[in-house]
Design a protein around this ligand. Structure first.
Ligand SMILES: Nc1ncnc2c1ncn2[C@@H]1O[C@H](COP(=O)(O)OP(=O)(O)OP(=O)(O)O)[C@@H](O)[C@H]1O
Length: 497
């Protein structure tokens, strides 16, 4: 192998605050390097520097031996650097073929030529994508695949994958890894950023751990299990035990319940009851109906049939405001639509407060900042200045600290590091211990098994598995998600690897 990227003594700042400090990093041709670190360690800042979106204060970079100092994303692209992040999606109105060529000289070519060329590229990548499909009709996993195949079209030499798999299911991540391995085999270098240690084990040759703006560990992952990798990040964090739920699951005593809920083809008669004090994990593939179930619970969709009950009484949740009025708080997973120009403390609500109330509010926020390990010294700073994981924690606080004793959380730990994951679930379990009913949507099997009292799995609009978490293992959840047939047809284990 020979060196593709070399970063030496890199420093970068936001205003006067230095967040990259004398950082060194090397990536060889054909190598996949995993970049991990707690929220706020500086990973995204390093990506911005590599992508020409943030300047270096000091240090140097080279690509294939040539000095590299991009001043824009376009310049970085021209030098062979491609970035795919959690929020980067191809334009929804393009066909897959057009989306693949959109930044290349081929974009001006005629449709048939582009289509044929795209079909060859897709075949070379070994993925299942229809060049004529419109991007807007694809699920998130396939849109991510389009972006990865585009890296081949753009002839990117360094491909940066920044937390792309956060809301993808394990078998979708496996498909993504399959293409990335091909890219690496062709001699490209891959910088892979994730908070999931099972992904690191599955895809990475070497792991680089960042802490407070610098590299603290750089070595092979061979022989390191998830626990050992987590150990590189966690220092003094104790585990939280989840207790068994003892709540009643009948409609009359449940905090929230659904009976016979139908919604088009997506929900075909769903019954569910969540007791006060219970943490229920729900999961399913993109088209299982699980997203629609969340939408019904939070008033974004009215069911065609069936009844929603709150504390044993039927309710008509025809808007998110109505759901909120009934004490249902919602954390959405649509990161790109969130506003982040408010201050951290404003997330606790309240306007024109008396001074004494403002002090109470500030104290509560300081407590939460400590508890959830948010990297900031100023609760009046804009949320937009926080790292990605810390913005997620701020949004979690905003959605649940305003009251509501039913919490519906979609992917609550997306972008959140392993240490803060413990804090987030400890916070959620504390709320449950005071009587809140919590429903959280996740596609991370180990998270569901670790943090929920009960689990519900949906497939094709119906519940295919339901029961106490202690009675399930990962394979049972995946089988219930996909169904035996699909597992057999795909001929592989439906998990990362
Ligand atoms: N636009 C900004 N203005 C001011 N400070 C910022 C800005 N963006 C990031 N920071 C600060 O820089 C530090 C590093 O943030 P960065 O986003 O690089 O961390 P990260 O390792 O990517 O975290 P995460 O895992 O949460 O995505 C953090 O303390 C953050 O608060």
């Amino acid at each position: 192998m020979d060196t593709l990227v070399q970063v030496r003594g890199a420093s970068a700042s936001y205003q006067a605050r230095r967040v990259l400090k004398e950082l060194d990093l090397t990536i060889e041709h054909g190598e996949t390097v995993g970049l991990i670190g707690l929220n706020g360690a500086g990973k995204s800042t390093l990506v911005k520097v590599l992508a020409g979106q943030h300047p270096l204060d000091g240090g140097t970079m080279t690509i294939a031996g040539e000095r590299y100092a991009p001043a824009s994303l376009e310049e970085a692209q021209a030098c062979g650097v491609g970035v795919i992040s959690q929020n980067s999606e191809p334009p929804l109105d393009l066909t897959v073929a057009r989306a693949l060529v959109r930044n290349t000289f081929r974009c001006a070519e005629e449709h048939d030529a582009v289509r044929e060329w795209a079909a060859d590229l897709i075949a070379a990548a070994g993925v299942d994508l229809d060049p004529d499909a419109v991007v807007g009709t694809l699920d998130r996993a396939r849109r991510a695949l389009v972006e990865v195949v585009r890296m081949m079209a753009e002839e990117a030499q360094l491909v940066i994958i920044d937390e792309v798999a956060v809301t993808l299911a394990d078998y979708e991540i496996a498909a993504l890894h399959h293409v990335l391995r091909r890219l690496a085999t062709e001699g490209r270098g891959i910088l892979y950023i994730t908070h999931r240690m099972d992904e690191v084990q599955s895809i990475v040759d070497r792991v680089v751990v960042m802490d407070q703006g610098t590299v603290v560990v750089d070595g092979s992952v061979a022989g390191l299990g998830s626990d050992a990798l987590e150990g590189l990040l966690l220092k003094d964090i104790s585990q939280l035990e989840t207790r068994r739920s003892e709540g009643a699951h009948d409609v009359e005593h449940a905090a929230i319940a659904l009976t016979g809920v139908r919604l088009g083809e997506r929900l075909r008669g769903v019954d569910l009851a969540v007791a006060p004090g219970e943490v229920l994990g729900i999961t399913g593939t993109f088209d299982s109906g699980v997203r629609e179930l969340v939408e019904v619970l939070v008033g974004q969709q009215l069911p065609d049939d069936g009844v929603v009950y709150r504390n044993g009484h039927p309710v008509h949740l025809d808007s998110p405001e109505e759901a909120e009025r009934h004490g249902i708080s919602h954390l959405t997973d649509a990161v790109s639509t969130r506003e982040n120009d408010h201050t951290l403390v404003a997330g606790l609500g309240g306007e024109d407060l008396a001074l004494s109330d403002e002090i109470v509010r500030a104290r509560r926020m300081i407590e939460l900042v400590r508890e959830l390990r948010i990297n900031t010294a100023n609760i009046n700073d804009s949320v937009g200045h926080l790292s990605g994981g810390d913005q997620q924690k701020a949004e979690l606080i905003r959605s649940i600290e305003r009251g509501g004793d039913v919490l519906v959380l979609a992917h609550p730990t997306q972008g959140v590091d392993v240490a803060a994951r413990l804090s987030v679930f400890s916070y959620v379990h504390q709320l449950a211990a005071t009587g809140a009913a919590v429903i959280f949507l996740s596609t991370d099997m180990s998270e569901l098994l670790k943090w929920s009292h009960r689990i519900v799995v949906l497939a094709q609009g119906t519940i295919t598995l339901h029961g106490e978490t202690a009675s399930f293992n990962e394979d049972q959840l995946v089988t219930a998600m996909l169904g035996e047939q699909e597992l057999r047809a795909s001929g592989r284990r439906a998990r990362i690897g």
